[in-house]
Design a binder for this molecule. Structure first.
Ligand code: 5AD
Ligand code: SF4
Length: 465
């Protein structure tokens, strides 16, 4: 029997995609995927450091794996953002970790698993080669993430990402398009182009041009992308929402706060007026979502009221709202004493107000769709291999699930298979999903021959929805 691995993923889509690439590198080196940490010879924890809570979860997971190590002698590796930004602190707190690798060294995981050690430096544009996805990993899936760029050149004062992921590097467009064509060949019908600041893409063409090139891949039905900075929203990209039919009408464009004074302290480089002008150019049918931080240092009652007023007049489809978490190496932590920390109770109260406002609105939007038809790409259904994860809120009687064009989760009764594009008549709705019955198949996916390979990856979403 060969050796087996298990990957525990925290954080965003970028980390999820990195975990897949690491799994593929281990498979190429002869490792196989284990169904659980208890059965593995290697546990790899792919970490997130966006907020302190994510780090706390990492250390509690490491505590559990340490116990397994003492019982079974497995190896423990730590990858991702904590690995790259806080190697020393990590090794001091968890000295039983065998190896540490940063996001630029995914291909080295088999080598490090054998010899141990630390590889966390960033590679610059000339040296960096984006790991190519193995399409077999996505066989049997309707959707896949495709890396378009990595890193971030912005300096938002709350954010640790430029420190954990390094400078921006874009992947050449021909490589991106080739990868997508290979995914479509194994049955994938929707791709999400990912990058920490994906709309500042510069891999030989603009991001809008990249979308148009991707749209020309035959058989690809849907394109999404995440995540974007408002300052990089070009008129060209807005045009894509008007005239690229494959581009789904959903735009995640984090505003972070509704008061100019807070945006200035956050170093976001735009005012609310500029943000509003930009989103005003988007076609009306585009579902807009955003991120909001409550309790940013120095946030006054007046600034919070401005935030609420902005959110009330901006018709967001959904919001991901967070409590500010001071992060090492960031601009805001250096200014914490000067700007003043917001008492936790005040910050929690403000967060609650933001969440209640949005929840009522999201529910209303969902309920408005009851009685109408929505187009759904099926992600789990009758032909479902059974080893995928169903989204939260799925009831046992629901037959399948997928996503609407706006990215809403839809559960349905019907006989559609994974990859089918169907129409669902909505019968009921909740805050998290729509529920209904399949009325027709709009485009049936051809069956993908072989069963999908088991992925020894669990994911604990921390951020970005
Ligand atoms: N505290 C709270 N939220 C944060 N985010 C990023 N850094 C922090 C922080 N220090 C949020 C932002 C970002 C999302 C992915 O996480 O809203 O858009
Ligand atoms: Fe890392 Fe940021 Fe992704 Fe978290 S959201 S895993 S910190 S890149």
């Amino acid at each position: 029997m060969g050796r087996s691995y298990f990957i525990h993923t925290f954080g965003c889509q970028m980390n999820e995609s990195d975990s897949q690439r690491m799994g593929e590198a281990l498979s190429r080196a002869g490792w196989s995927a284990a169904g659980a940490a208890e059965a593995a010879d290697l546990v790899l924890v792919n970490t997130c450091s966006i907020r302190e809570k994510a780090e706390d979860k990492l250390f509690s997971a490491l505590g559990r794996y340490r116990l397994l190590k003492s019982q079974r002698g497995l190896k423990i590796g730590v990858a991702g953002c904590v690995a790259s930004s806080q190697t020393e602190r990590l090794l001091a707190r968890a000295p039983f970790v065998d190896f540490v690798l940063g996001p630029d060294h995914l291909d080295k995981v088999p080598e490090l698993a054998d010899r141990g050690g630390v590889e966390t430096d960033f590679l610059d544009t000339e040296q960096y080669l984006f790991p190519q996805a193995d399409p077999e990993t996505s066989r049997g899936r309707a959707t896949a993430f495709v890396t378009a760029m990595k890193g971030c050149d912005n300096v938002c004062s709350f954010c640790v990402v430029p420190y954990t992921r390094g400078r921006e590097v874009s992947r050449p467009y021909a490589e991106v398009v080739r990868e997508i064509a290979s995914l479509v060949a194994v049955g994938v019908r929707e791709v999400t182009l990912i990058g920490q600041n994906v709309n500042s893409y510069a891999g030989g063409c603009t991001f809008a041009e990249l979308i148009r090139r991707v749209a020309s891949v035959p058989g690809l039905l849907r394109i999404r992308f995440t995540t974007s900075h408002p300052m990089d929203l070009s008129p060209e990209l807005v045009r894509c929402f008007h005239d690229v039919p494959q581009l789904m009408p959903h735009f995640h464009l984090p505003v972070q706060h509704g008061a100019d004074t807070v945006l200035q302290r956050m170093r976001r480089k735009y005012t609310i007026g500029e943000y509003q002008k930009r989103i005003g150019a988007l076609p009306e049918h585009v579902a807009l979502t955003s991120d909001i931080i409550c309790g940013f240092p120095g946030e006054t009652d007046e600034e919070h009221a401005e935030n609420i007023a902005f959110l009330s007049r901006t018709p967001y489809d959904n919001l991901f709202s967070f409590l500010y978490s001071p992060r090492p190496h960031t601009g805001a932590i250096l200014k914490l004493a000067e700007w003043g920390e917001v008492p936790r109770e005040t910050a929690l109260r403000r967060l609650d107000e933001v969440q209640k406002l949005q929840q009522a609105r999201t529910l209303r939007r969902h309920l408005d769709r009851v009685g109408s038809e929505v187009e759904v790409l099926v992600e789990g259904g009758a032909g479902f291999a059974g080893d995928g994860r169903s989204p939260k809120g799925r009831s046992s009687d629901a037959h399948g699930f997928g996503r609407s064009r706006e990215n809403w989760t839809v559960h349905f009764e019907g006989d559609a298979n994974v990859g089918d594009l169907i129409e669902v008549r909505v019968q009921s709705a909740s805050l998290v999903a729509l529920r209904g019955a399949q009325t027709k198949v709009l485009d049936r996916a051809e069956a993908t021959a072989a069963p999908r390979r088991r992925l020894a990856v669990v994911n604990a979403p921390e951020c970005c929805g």
